[in-house]
Design a protein around this ligand. Structure first.
Ligand code: ADP
Ligand code: MG
Length: 595
């Protein structure tokens, strides 16, 4: 019978269980709290062991400063913490925890064993607790540090235990949590063991780069660009991935605020916005970003475990993230990302591609462009005849260009362009490439307010559907500012008498309709400068490229050169790839040649 009518103060046991509901959701939350405690205790090595996805047991061992008996007993009391004394301390906090809730909560819903020994002491303490009740307190030996064993999580809360997912799902969450702290603390050695099997063993790393390389491997590490920007009170550092290694979800976006794994809608938004025109919809970049903000500018106290924070100066944060990432992705502006692993003594990077030993054609000397003409031989073997350089090329290309030299081999399927480069074989989608080149050229004019408009011989009247017409009407000023001579003609019809010269000839109807649709797609997003201009340029370039007949070999050669010096050569403005790269290393491997 539910009791109604009389008020009673809940017992501590019940209060702890309720609090546990907020702090401990699943095994991964236990790992989060205990790893944070270990790091707060100054540990330089932390081991996480999981049995059956954490449902059976979780053991976290650290070599931190440990606790004496009194502190050990206090540590499992609710609201007992060594990390703050006063509410003002929250603003200055530099530890991961401060609520003093976690151990009490975890101990309330598990069979909990704590062994701890202070540095410099020989006798430590062991506590055995079941469902929040102390069963035993005794002396224990052991190395300095703390080891906590959490068995049978939620054994006394059957309803909640039922909500645990399969072992592999829970292990996945544990691993994700482990990764966050491993990335947040490259200087700490960390080990993750699942059912006796070692999942990760990370020795202390000298830098974030090194840790990323060890955790994610060379393909990801090599595709990262460093980010840094901002001022003392608000700054961003870390690494962002090139579009080529984007994922189907956000799981490889690692965000930290003042050293804590955390997120905020504005951060995710700014990250996607930074990749706008670089990634198609539904693709998410890999990022490792550390935002530092003056503690009084951020509220981390929103919810006990929700990693979401609030900022006071939201737009400053957004602009910083957006601009820092964009700057970093711009080719040529950043130094080579990863130091030569051999030189830095770090873990070995990818093997350099083996020298091809069999060559069908003479290779042009490195670091020159050479574009021999090629026409399909009448039934013979495709063998491009070497020819003189078509265009004088710069001796040395800026770092980050798609190739140091390349040769147009030809076109296949009536579309794809085959290129040979020093690093391997490259396939190019000339339409995507053309869109990228045109887009950058056009946007450059827009940004410098120097769009050259070209009058049309015969002004075109363009009838639009009501929805498209509404968008065009709303954006007439922007359209004019980016080179369109457009005016209302009455009803839903417009008259177009000039277009941006970069576009060449293109149908006014397609232009206006596509521009309207892409403007309408997601609505103007607050605060992003030039959003509308970018959208219009994106649509216009697509229409312009579509209007073209097939490209001649001449044009392809020009395109290859133009693309190589584009700021963001790897995708079209809609995020589709322009280039696909097959390294010699990959080719050798696929053909089973060991080189
Ligand atoms: P909080 O971390 O918010 O202070 P916890 O319940 O997680 O609260 O921990 C309570 C206290 O127990 C901490 O403030 C700390 O003094 C102590 N403690 C917990 N875990 C460890 C550990 N691994 N090593 C040393 N001290 C610890
Ligand atoms: Mg804690």
């Amino acid at each position: 019978m539910p009791a109604t009518g009389s008020i009673q103060v809940l017992s501590d046991g019940v209060i702890n269980k309720i609090a546990a509901g907020e702090v401990v959701e699943r095994p991964a939350s236990v790992v989060k709290e205990l790893v944070e405690n270990a790091l707060d205790a100054g540990a330089t090595t932390v081991q996480v062991e999981v049995v059956a996805g954490g449902r059976t047991a979780l053991i976290i061992t650290d070599n931190g400063r440990g606790m004496n008996r009194d502190d050990a007993l206090l540590s499992i009391e609710r609201h007992a913490t060594s990390k703050i004394r006063d509410v003002d301390d929250i603003e200055r906090i530099d530890t991961l925890g401060f609520r003093g809730e976690a151990l009490a909560a975890i101990a309330a819903v598990s069979r909990f064993e704590l062994q701890t020994c202070r540095t410099g002491e020989t006798v430590g303490t062991e506590l055995l607790i079941a469902g929040g009740r102390i069963q035993e307190v005794r002396d224990a030996g052991g190395p300095p540090g703390t080891r906590i064993r959490v068995r049978n999580l939620f054994f006394n809360m059957p309803a909640r235990r039922k909500f645990l997912r399969t072992e592999s799902t829970e292990l996945g969450h544990v691993r994700q949590t482990f990764l966050l702290y491993a990335l947040g603390h490259p200087e700490v050695g960390l080990r993750l063991v699942a059912d006796g099997r070692e999942v990760h063993s990370l020795s202390p790393a000298s830098s974030l780069e090194e840790r990323i390389r060890v955790l994610f491997g060379a393909p990801v590490a090599d595709a990262m660009r460093p980010v840094s920007g901002g001022e003392e009170d608000l700054n961003l550092r870390g690494f962002v991935g090139l579009p080529a290694i984007a994922r189907g979800d956000r799981s490889d976006q690692y965000l930290f605020i003042n050293g804590r794994p955390a997120t905020a809608p504005v951060l995710q938004y700014a990250v996607s916005e930074a990749y706008h025109t670089l990634l198609p919809r539904g693709r998410y970049p890999v990022v490792f970003l550390f935002l530092t903000v003056r503690p009084d500018e951020v509220d981390v106290n929103v919810h006990p475990t929700k990693r979401e924070v609030r900022f006071r100066q939201v737009s400053r944060v957004r602009d910083l993230v957006l601009e820092s990432i964009r700057t970093s992705l711009r080719v040529g502006e950043t130094p080579p990302v990863w130091p030569d692993p051999a030189a830095s003594g770090g873990p070995a990077g990818p093997a350099s591609p083996p020298e091809p030993s069999l060559r069908i054609v003479d290779l042009p000397p490195a670091r020159t462009f050479q574009y021999p003409r090629w026409s399909p031989p009448p039934g013979g073997v495709a063998r491009p005849a070497p020819a003189g350089p078509v265009s004088p090329a710069p001796e040395v290309l800026p770092e980050g260009r798609p190739w140091s030299w390349c040769r147009v081999v030809g076109q296949v399927g009536g579309l794809f362009v085959v290129l040979e480069t020093a690093e391997g074989l490259v396939l190019m989608d000339p339409h995507a490439a053309h869109e990228r080149v045109l887009f950058e050229k056009y946007m450059k004019e827009v940004l410098t307010h120097s769009v050259k408009s070209q009058g049309m011989l015969l002004p075109e009247t363009v009838p639009l559907g009501p929805a498209d017409a509404r968008v065009v009407r709303r954006n007439l000023d922007v359209l004019r500012s980016v080179g369109f001579g457009v005016a209302e003609f009455g009803g839903d019809t417009f008259v177009l008498d000039a277009i941006p010269a970069v576009l060449g000839t293109v149908s006014g109807l397609t232009l206006l309709r596509d521009a309207a649709r892409s403007l309408d797609e997601s609505g103007p997003r607050g605060g992003v400068e030039r959003w509308a201009e970018e959208r219009i340029a994106q649509a216009a370039c697509k229409a312009a490229v579509k209007a073209r007949d097939r490209l001649t070999l001449d044009e392809i050669e020009k395109l290859v050169v133009a693309l190589a010096s584009a700021e963001m050569p790897y995708t079209c403005p809609h995020g589709r790839p322009t280039l696909m790269h097959f390294s010699y290393e990959e080719l050798y491997r696929k053909f089973g040649r060991t080189g």
